[in-house]
Design a protein. Structure first.
Length: 382
């Protein structure tokens, strides 16, 4: 997101980017626009001890923000910036060094305010239930961090990924809030996806993402097993800590429904993931609290309908005309509605194709970086 945003902005504007020094090789291997400059900042090597796992990365990032603050202050003194804009990390409960500058400050799009309904959390395996409680605690701590509150109050405009995050930003004291999801494709990516389109294989369905409890893959497996025929297949792309649990669930449901063909593909390259999207009739993505949902936009660009829950980023990104958006009241209701969605898409391929075409049109209109940058520019002018 950060790379695409700064490249899109640098087409018409002078852009300075403060980023970590470990990004230098990746950046310098690319063709960088002439109006795009990078300033590299890193913490002392001994602080890398903190960067272990997701929680350690968040701790390291917090410390990096404090260290980057000095560089930001120097750059602001030396240059007449019109706006300073914090792009990533994109979590509303983490602070930004840019908030302490004396220049107009735009924050986001930030997310993280989305929550899975309590009945769905209660049904998760114990490890995933613990993760959700830890996430609630971390958000609570962030919301009571004076630096985070200062970041919200100092933002001339705060961009929220979802309406749920917008509500939390309002409680933190943000003055002007604009809902603008961070998920977008470049025009080149979109045209390449359209050019590579192929006809789907009947009866083939795809899930893609990190294999963690809140992504909802267990509900898809149970739903698919209820309606599967021997010529149907559910393919699951991705890897993660829940894989063993999901594989055990597949063994359990296929023992009761031997006709259900469910295959784990593991982690895929982006090219291989698009091959799977083209092969499939639709993407099933019942995530509990995604701020974004990049794969939903990629599926719509590939003219594939999306089945998701009315929660978080997917609910915002997927229009009613481009997929099936299901309620999220209980695990039993989600599984039942997912089964009905799979059955309908399988039995009505022409209707599914119309959903896919509408999704591609929605991406062209709303989810290209040229559109996102236009939103940024309106915020800057405001």
């Amino acid at each position: 997101m950060g790379w695409s945003a700064v490249n899109a902005l640098a087409k018409d504007h002078d852009v300075w980017v403060v980023t970590r020094a470990n990004n230098r090789c990746s950046i310098e291997s690319q063709v960088v626009p002439a109006r795009l400059r990078f300033v590299y900042v890193d913490a002392p090597p001994w602080l890398l001890w903190f960067k272990r796992g997701n929680l350690g990365t968040q701790c390291y990032y917090y410390l990096w923000q404090a260290i980057a603050m000095m560089t930001v202050q120097r750059l602001v003194r030396q240059n007449r910036f019109d706006v300073v804009h914090h792009l990533t990390f994109a979590r509303y409960w983490q602070p930004s060094a840019l908030a302490l500058s004396r220049t107009r400050f735009v924050w986001g799009p930030v997310g993280g305010g989305e929550s899975m309904p309590a009945p769905l959390i209660a049904a998760l395996p114990f490890n995933d239930w613990c993760f959700e409680q830890l996430r609630r605690l971390v958000r609570w701590l962030g919301e009571h961090d004076p630096w985070v509150r200062l970041t919200a109050r100092r933002a001339a405009v705060a961009l929220a990924s979802t309406p749920e995050t917008a509500q939390r930003l309002q409680r933190l004291g943000a003055r002007q809030i604009v809902v603008c999801n961070q998920v977008a494709l470049t025009e080149e990516e979109f045209e390449a996806i359209v050019a590579a389109e192929r006809s789907p294989r009947a009866g083939t369905f795809l899930c893609a993402g990190n294999l963690v409890g809140w992504k909802g893959f267990a509900w898809v497996i149970e739903a698919f097993a209820r309606v599967a025929r021997p010529d149907m297949e559910l393919r699951i792309a991705g890897d993660g800590r829940a894989r063993r649990h999901l594989e055990a669930l597949v063994r359990e449901v296929t023992a009761a429904s031997p006709q259900a063909r469910i295959r784990f593909l593991g982690a895929l390259s982006r090219t291989a993931l698009f091959d799977e999207l083209y092969r499939s009739q639709c993407l099933i993505h019942p995530s509990g609290h995604d701020s974004g949902g990049w794969v939903c936009v990629e599926a719509m660009a590939a003219a594939r309908p999306v089945v998701c829950l009315r929660l978080g980023g997917p609910d915002l990104l997927v229009p009613e005309t481009a997929g099936l958006k299901l309620a999220a009241e209980s695990p039993q209701q989600v599984v039942r509605d997912l089964s009905a969605a799979i059955r309908r898409i399988d039995q009505e391929p022409e209707w599914a194709a119309r959903l896919g075409a509408a999704g591609r049109s929605a991406v062209r209109q709303h989810h290209l970086w040229s559109t996102k940058v236009a939103v940024f520019m309106r915020c800057y002018r405001r």
